[in-house]
Design a binder for this molecule. Structure first.
Ligand SMILES: Cc1cc2nc3c(=O)[nH]c(=O)nc-3n(C[C@H](O)[C@H](O)[C@H](O)COP(=O)(O)OP(=O)(O)OC[C@H]3O[C@@H](n4cnc5c(N)ncnc54)[C@H](O)[C@@H]3O)c2cc1C
Length: 437
C-alpha cells in the first residue's frame, strides 16, 4: 500500500465539503487536509445553484436541530464575527388550503413551541394585495389547485448569499492551512488491505481494508482518511466500490423573473418582516415557490416538488454530458408548467420577463428527506441534502469531523447534541420528514 501523503482528503468543495474541512482542521491543526474539486473553484456545484433560503421549519427533530443550529451559527458569523453573509430574515410564508393546514396543524403547533412561527388567517392574508384568493373554477380543476386559505409564516427563516457563505468557510480553511486542488476530478478509488500479503487480487473478503487512495486523470493521492462530499454526484463515485450513498440526483430548474410588476411586489413586506422585502413564499400547489432577490428586484422561481405525483416522469439521472452547465432550462417548461400556477396565485403578473435561468440537482434522499452522514472503512460520506442542505451545512460539517474521530455524539453550535449513529445507515433513527411541499 502506498504511503499516505495526507491525513484527510475531502472530495468535493461544495458547502458540505467546505464546512467539513473547516471543522476537521479546526479540531486538529496538525492534520494535513487536502480538498479535491473537479470545478475551477469551490461551490460551483449545487451549492452555487441553490436558491439559498434558510428555515427551521421541519417536522423531524433532527432536521430542526441541524437547521436551527446552522442558522444560529450563520447569524453569529454575520453579527459577531462581522462577516457579511447577506442574511435577511424575510421569513418563509407557506400558503395553504384549510385542508392542508389541518393535516399539518399538529406539527405546526409543536414547532410554535420551539421557534417563531405565526399562523395567519385569510382575512389578514388579504392585506397582501398581490395574492389571488378567488381561483377560477375551471382553472382550479384543470391545474389541480388548492386555494389560499391559511398562511404559516416562519420568522426564523430567510435568505442568504451562498457566495458569501462559501467564501467564509473557504477563507477560514485557507487560514488554518487546508489545501485545495481545483480542476481535479476524482475518477477512481483504490481499496487496499491493511496488512497486505503480496498475493494478486488483494484485498480478499477476509482481509481488513481501507480506502488507500483516490485518483484523478493525472495523479493519485494517498491518505489516511477520506471524506466524500460530492453532493448529487456521490453515487457516481461510490457505486464503483459498492457503497450505497442513499441519494438520487433530481433535476431542478430555476428562473429569474423581473420587470415593473415584480418590482412593485418585491419591495413590500406587507408587515411580515422588517426587511421591506416580500417573504420567500411557497404556493399551495405543486411546490411552486418564489424567492425574493432584492438586489435587483427579481424573484427566483422554481418548484421544490420532491414528492409530488405530478412530477412523475422526470428521470433520476445526470445529463448525458454529465455537466450541469450544459442543461439549460427551457422557456417551454416555465410557460407550461410553472407560469399557469404563478398566474393563478399572483394577480399582477403581466409585466415580467425571464432574465436568466439555471439548472441544479437536489441530492435527494427519497425516503426520509434527511441527510445521510456515515462512516465506511476509513471514510465518511455526507450527502442527501434533499433541497435543504445549505441551511444545515454548519451542523453537517461538525458531525463529519466528529464521526471521523469515532465519537458517538456531536455538539452543535447551539450546544444541542446529535447522536452520530442516528443520522447514518445501520442505526438510522431520524423519523420521516413530513414537511414536503
Ligand atoms: C435549485 C436548487 C435550490 C436549492 N435551494 C436550497 C435552499 O433554498 N436552501 C438550502 O438549504 N438548500 C437548497 N438547495 C440544496 C443545496 O444546494 C444542497 O443541499 C447543498 O448545496 C449540497 O451541498 P454539497 O456540498 O453536498 O453539494 P455541492 O454543492 O453540489 O458540492 C459537491 C461538490 O463536489 C464536486 N464533485 C463532484 N464529483 C466530484 C469528483 N468526482 N471529484 C471532485 N469533485 C467532485 C462538485 O463539483 C461540487 O463542487 C437547493 C438545491 C437546488 C438544486
Amino acid at each position: 500500500m502506498r504511503q499516505a501523503d495526507w491525513d484527510v482528503i475531502i472530495v468535493g468543495s461544495g458547502i458540505m465539503g467546505l464546512s467539513s474541512a473547516y471543522y476537521i482542521k479546526k479540531h486538529d491543526q496538525n492534520k494535513s487536509v487536502l480538498v479535491l474539486e473537479k470545478e475551477k473553484t469551490y461551490a460551483q456545484g449545487n451549492s452555487g445553484r441553490s436558491v439559498a433560503g434558510f428555515r427551521d421549519f421541519f417536522s423531524t427533530d433532527i432536521n430542526f436541530k441541524l437547521a436551527r443550529s446552522s442558522i444560529e451559527f450563520y447569524r453569529h458569523v454575520q453579527h459577531k464575527m462581522g462577516y457579511d453573509l447577506g442574511m435577511k430574515y424575510v421569513g418563509y410564508l407557506f400558503l395553504m388550503s384549510n385542508r392542508k393546514f389541518r393535516s399539518m396543524e399538529p406539527i405546526i403547533r409543536k414547532l410554535q413551541k420551539s421557534t417563531k412561527m405565526d399562523i395567519i388567517d385569510q382575512e389578514d392574508l388579504k392585506k397582501i394585495t398581490d395574492l389571488n384568493f378567488e381561483l377560477k373554477k375551471e382553472e382550479q380543476s384543470l391545474l389541480s389547485l388548492e386555494p389560499i386559505e391559511v398562511g404559516v409564516l416562519g420568522r426564523n427563516c430567510g435568505i442568504l448569499d451562498i457566495e458569501k457563505l462559501s467564501s467564509f468557510y473557504y477563507e477560514q480553511c485557507k487560514e488554518l492551512g487546508v489545501e485545495f486542488k481545483f480542476d481535479s476530478e476524482v475518477k477512481d478509488l483504490k481499496i487496499s488491505p491493511t496488512d497486505p500479503i503480496g498475493y494478486p487480487g488483494e484485498p480478499f473478503l477476509w482481509q481488513n481494508k481501507v480506502v488507500s487512495s483516490v485518483a484523478t486523470k493525472n495523479q493519485e493521492f494517498a491518505s489516511r482518511a477520506f471524506v466524500f462530499t460530492m453532493g448529487a454526484w456521490t453515487g457516481k463515485l461510490l457505486d464503483r466500490i459498492g457503497v450505497d450513498s442513499h441519494m438520487r440526483p433530481k433535476k431542478r430548474f430555476v428562473y429569474q423573473i423581473g420587470g415593473s410588476g415584480i418590482k412593485d411586489i418585491i419591495h413590500n413586506s406587507f408587515g411580515l418582516n422588517d426587511e421591506s422585502v416580500f417573504p420567500f413564499t411557497i404556493f399551495p400547489s405543486h411546490g411552486v415557490y418564489i424567492r425574493p432577490y432584492p438586489q435587483n428586484s427579481t424573484f427566483w422561481v422554481s418548484t421544490s416538488g420532491t414528492t409530488s405525483d405530478q412530477e412523475i416522469g422526470e428521470t433520476f439521472s445526470y445529463d448525458s454530458m454529465d455537466n450541469i452547465e450544459y442543461v439549460q432550462p427551457t422557456e417551454e417548461y416555465f410557460n407550461y408548467n410553472i407560469l399557469p400556477i404563478l398566474r393563478a396565485y399572483l394577480k399582477e403578473l403581466d409585466n415580467f420577463k425571464i432574465s436568466s435561468s439555471w439548472t441544479g440537482y437536489y441530492s435527494l434522499n427519497t425516503q426520509d428527506k434527511t441527510p445521510y452522514i456515515f462512516k465506511f472503512l476509513n471514510s465518511v460520506v455526507a450527502t442527501g441534502g434533499s433541497g435543504a442542505g445549505l441551511m444545515k451545512s454548519d451542523s453537517i460539517g461538525r458531525i463529519v469531523s466528529s464521526i471521523l474521530l469515532d465519537e458517538e455524539t456531536t455538539e452543535l453550535f447551539d450546544h444541542s447534541r446529535v447522536t452520530n449513529g442516528a443520522i447514518g445507515i445501520i442505526d438510522r433513527d431520524v423519523g420521516i420528514e413530513s414537511l414536503r411541499f
